[in-house]
Write a new protein. Structure first.
Length: 174
């Protein structure tokens, strides 16, 4: 129990050191990881049954060569693509926004440094240290959070494109 308390204390201290902007980084990171985990869940648990249902529905059709049948096939493929790529653009947006929120932390931290200089009338390094840490920590946190999702998002995007091509091939052969 003591380790949990110690960990929460460290997290609280880190959040205070980085300033209020760090809470924005935390919120967007939590949102990004929620959608990343949802995509994993969808690809592993839900998508395989939907894929098989689409292939079975196409195989049950008697007509697969007419103009109307080709439009039905395109509709089925489009629905699979939409399901596979859902939330991927939102994940990519979160990845792009995280460094920008970190840069906002840099700006607010530097404003703190300039306020200290204005109030004290000097460049006292001890007084400016709080503003400098508030300027660098959110930037670092935003970059690390964005990098944590970048490789996984690229892999999910690649999987979505590959799977939609596989379904298209399956409906062509069926």
């Amino acid at each position: 129990m003591y380790q949990v308390y110690e960990t929460l204390t460290l997290i609280r201290d880190f959040m205070e050191l980085g300033g209020n902007v760090l809470w924005g980084v935390f919120f967007v990171t939590a949102l990004m990881w929620t959608f990343l985990l949802e995509r994993f869940w969808y690809y592993k648990k839900i998508y395989p049954t939907q894929r098989q249902a689409v292939i079975d529905a196409w195989r049950e059709r008697g007509d697969t060569d007419s103009w109307y049948a080709k439009r039905v096939r395109e509709k089925m493929i489009s629905e699979v693509r939409i399901g596979l790529s859902q939330y991927l653009s939102l994940i990519k947006t979160c990845i792009g926004v995280l460094p920008l929120i970190g840069l906002l932390g840099t700006v607010t931290g530097m404003i703190q440094v300039f306020e200290v200089m204005a109030y004290t009338g000097s460049g006292n390094a001890r007084l400016m240290a709080g503003g400098v840490s508030a300027a660098t920590i959110p930037t670092m946190a935003g970059m690390v959070a964005a990098l944590s999702g970048l490789a996984i998002a690229a892999r999910l995007d690649h999987y979505a494109r590959d799977e939609s091509a596989r379904v298209e091939d399956s409906l062509r052969r069926a």
